[in-house]
Design a protein around this ligand. Sequence first.
Ligand SMILES: NC(=O)c1ccc[n+]([C@@H]2O[C@H](COP(=O)([O-])OP(=O)(O)OC[C@H]3O[C@@H](n4cnc5c(N)ncnc54)[C@H](O)[C@@H]3O)[C@@H](O)[C@H]2O)c1
Length: 390
Amino acid sequence: MTELNVAVIGCGNMGSAHATTLADGKIRGMRLAAICDTDSEKRHWARETFPDVPVFPSTEELFSNSESEVALIATPHYFHAPIACEAFQHGLHVLTEKPIAVSVTQADAMIAAANKAGTAFGIMFNQRTNSLYRKARTLVSEGTLGELRRIVWIITNWYRTQAYYDSGNWRATWAGEGGGVLLNQAPHNLDLWQWICGMPKTVFARCTEGKYHRIETEDDAEIFASYNNGASGIFITSTGDCPGTNRLEITGSRGTLLLEKKTLTITQLTVPEEEFRFSCPNSFGLPERTIQVFQEEDGPEGHQAILQNFAEHIHRGIPLIAPGQEGIHALELSNAAYLSSWTGMPVSFPFDQKEFNRRLEEKKKQSSFISTFKNRVPEGKISDRWSVHW
Ligand SMILES: NC(=O)c1ccc[n+]([C@@H]2O[C@H](COP(=O)([O-])OP(=O)(O)OC[C@H]3O[C@@H](n4cnc5c(N)ncnc54)[C@H](O)[C@@H]3O)[C@@H](O)[C@H]2O)c1
C-alpha cells in the first residue's frame, strides 16, 4: 500500500498525539508529511521531535509548499471550518477533529466544500469504534427493542478542574471556543445519541454557564428531547460532577437496553408491552423477560481506529466509520440546546440559524478571549483522557 502524506494542522494536545501516532508508523497507508501550527513554541517542539518533517506557520504556506494529501485538523474549533474549506479547495482529503465546527452554518459550508471537492471527509468521533455503542446501534436499528419510547443518558463523567480550563485561554470562552461541555466534551455522546436513536424533532434545554468553574460557557447542561413517534429523551452532562456517571438507558415497546460500566444488558419482553398491558388479568403482572449481557471487547484505541479507517477508505473504498457529513448532527443538537437555553423556549429542527448566529455574535462581543495561545499539555495518556469512560 502506498502511503498518503498527512499534514497535521494544530499541534497541541490532540494534534501532537496524532502526529506521534503517524510518525510511529501505527497507521498502515499513512505517514506524517507536514505539521502546521501558528504558535512558535509548538513549531519548535515539532521540529525537535520530528526533525525530518517540514513545519509551517500557516495553512497558506502549508498548502502552497507541501505535497500533503490529507489535512488532519486539530486546532481550536473555530478554525475547523475555514481550514477544512481551504484544504478542500486545494483538493485534499480532510479529517477534522470534533466538533465539526462551532455553528451549523459553518458546518454547512464545510459539507458543501467537501461535496464540491469530491475528496474524503471524516470526523474524529473515536467513540463510534467502541464495541458496546456499536452493539447498541445494531440492536436498536434491528428493532430488538421494538418502538423507542424513552432514552435517558446521564453522561457526567467529563469532570474537569479549573487547571484544565486555564491551560488554554481559548477554552470555555465564547469568542475562543464557542461553547462549553456540549461543544467540547459531550459532542461524542451527542453524536452517539443520534447515531443510535436518530434525531429528535424538538429540544428544550437548560445550559448553566460557569456553574462550577470560572468560565464563560456552560459546564452543566440538561436537554429534554421529543421524537416524531412520541418518544422522549433526557441528556444530562457536566464537567462539575465528581466522579460522575456514564449510564445510557433506552426503553422500547419490546424491552430495555442498559449501558453502564463496560456492560450492555438487554432485557427483552416475550410479548410486546402494549399487548401484555391489555391482556394480562393480574393488576401487577409483568411479562416474561429474557436477559442478555455483553461486555466491552478489546480493540484498537479509538483515535487510531478512525485514522486507520480513513486511510482504508481512501485506499480501498471501505465505508467511513464517521463521515464528516454526519458530524453536523451533534452540532445541530448543541446549537439548538444553546438557542433553547438562551431563549427559554423549545427549539424544533431545522432551527433558526440566523437567530443562533446573531446571539452567538452578541456573546462573542462580551468574551474575555485574547487571541494568543499559551497551552500546557495536561498529564496522562491520551487514551485515558478521551476514550469512553464508564
Ligand atoms: N477526539 C477527541 O477525543 C479529542 C480530544 C481532545 C481534543 N479534541 C479536539 O481537538 C481540537 C484541539 O484541541 P486541543 O486540546 O488539542 O487544543 P490545544 O489548544 O492543545 O491545541 C490546538 C493547537 O492549534 C494551534 N492553532 C490554533 N489556531 C491555528 C491555526 N489557525 N492554524 C494552525 N494551528 C493553529 C494552537 O497553536 C495549538 O497548538 C479541538 O477541536 C478539540 O475539540 C478532540
